[in-house]
Ligand binder design. Structure first.
Ligand SMILES: *Cc1c(COP(=O)(O)O)cnc(C)c1O
Length: 233
């Protein structure tokens, strides 16, 4: 685990240097969806504090066990597509939701957050590539959506999230990542939200360096960082 972490850190450092960014602008979410509770605990004990899961039923025992014997606790990120009926399980347990992609979901998160007296930091997921298989708003829907969500007190829009199409060449993802950055900048220039949305959640194992070069503030790394165990794959 520590060798993998060191290798990823080195590549992140180099991507930051190439693009003139400071290394502390980029944070890592260790995506534990392909690994056991034990491996997820190992990742946490190796110092990875931000952990990501994409399905509530699979995440449940990890949230209960990882860090349970430690003074620090992990900060969990919900990165998968979220059904409205799972909102009551996710809100209050996950520090961030990266997959806000429709108004009915926003209203459900807001209602649950208000009930708990909290505000949930969310990323709006945008389908920049336009692939039919991808979740997320179409780019042209973003402004109206942002205006609507700005009125929900239980949600703080922290930034935008996207997934690039799967490709052999990481470089193929660059226009998608650049597109998300431009959408974020436009959103903030128009001041459609209560406060600027600064985060860009983009980049996975196959394309994270390109994402960092294009401005990622959160990269979501599974296989390259914590590995992939067959029984969970
Ligand atoms: C699984 C997943 C990741 C991590 O995938 P890797 O390619 O293994 O790094 C990142 N983001 C989301 C939304 C995922 O579902």
């Amino acid at each position: 685990m520590s060798a993998r972490i060191a290798a990823v850190n080195q590549r992140l450092g180099e991507a930051c240097r190439r693009s003139g960014r400071s290394r502390d602008e980029v944070r890592v979410i260790a995506v534990t969806k392909y690994v056991s509770n034990e491996t997820a605990s190992e990742a946490f004990e190796a110092g990875l504090r931000h952990l990501g899961e994409n399905r509530w039923p699979d995440a449940k025992t990890k949230l209960e066990t990882v860090g349970a014997r430690s003074e620090a606790s992990p900060l969990w990120h919900f990165i998968g597509s979220l059904q409205s009926r799972k909102v009551k399980d996710v809100v209050g347990r996950f520090a961030y939701v990266h997959s806000l992609d429709r108004l009915s979901l926003a209203r459900a998160i807001d209602a649950q957050a208000q009930q708990l007296g909290i505000t949930v930091p969310c990323m709006i997921q945008v389908n920049v590539s336009g692939e039919a298989s991808k979740h997320g708003l179409a780019p042209e829907e973003l402004h109206a959506f942002a205006r609507a969500v700005a009125g929900l007190e239980g949600i703080e829009v922290a930034g935008l999230m996207t997934m690039a199409p799967h490709a052999d060449e990481a470089e193929a993802a660059r226009p998608v990542f650049r597109g998300l950055r431009e959408l974020r900048d436009e959103l903030n220039a128009l001041a459609l939200l209560r406060r600027p949305a600064l985060e860009l959640s983009m980049g996975m194992s196959g394309d994270f360096e390109v994402a960092v070069e294009e401005g990622a503030t959160w990269v979501r790394l599974g296989s390259i960082l914590v590995g992939r165990e067959e029984e969970n794959a």
